[in-house]
Design a protein around this ligand. Sequence first.
Ligand SMILES: [Ca+2]
Ligand SMILES: [Ca+2]
Length: 274
Amino acid sequence: MKKTIGNRKNWKDMIGVLIVASLSLLIARQMIDSTSSLWTKADSVQENSFTGKETGTNTLLAEPVPLEIAALLKERETVIDYVQETTAVYAIISHSGRSDYGELLVIFQKNKSGIWERSYENDFKELKPWKIEVADIDGDGISEILTAVYKTTHFDEEERNRMFIFNYIDGILTKKWTGSDIAGNWNDFIVGDLLPMKGDELIFTQETDGKLEKISIYYWFDFGFLLLADSESYSDIQSVNILKENRLELKVSTGEKTRVILTLKDNKIVEVTD
Ligand SMILES: [Ca+2]
Ligand SMILES: [Ca+2]
């Protein structure tokens, strides 16, 4: 599971880097390795005759996915984000040439013969999903699928990032927790077992009033999430990473600081030196 996250508002800056990185990866692969298990977006451009020229969009941005999964993509499909478990891959896929949101949730599963199959898909177009993770938020041993979506709700007309959480069991997708207000205006999230309490914790990069950002940690209790603690504000949180139990690493650009280590102490998230 990917733990490091990028700040959504920095995507424009990252686009150039990603293009260069993708091109470099493609060139490197062609030079040294034709048997790599990684499948780049640039490869799918060739295979699916889906080029940036045709759509006017950049097609070098999507996530590299395993070769077995790339082989199961349909024409014009690109992977916006995905997460892999041992026998399942959960993917947000676009078929419209977009690189910022997807229109489909697709689940690939490895069957008993070890062959990957495209086993489920659902139209998520109205949700504008852009990030997907898998975790066990309530600690019951059953995985939850967490998606970051960008939409309005019945109670809030503003389009903004929201969390939709599902279970996928025996071919059926069910909503576990969807759309409720959490973490105000947040820009990104990670999920993982940061603290000893049951289940994986949800960690948001959240905007504060002064256009700064802070970290807030939520945990599952009974039927929803409770705020455990939040941090001081930083001017620009670029990534968040779980180092080990009760240690978060932030990449920031606040004054002289570029790296901050945080821990939960006395119900506050505070900086530590190690
Ligand atoms: Ca669970
Ligand atoms: Ca935990």
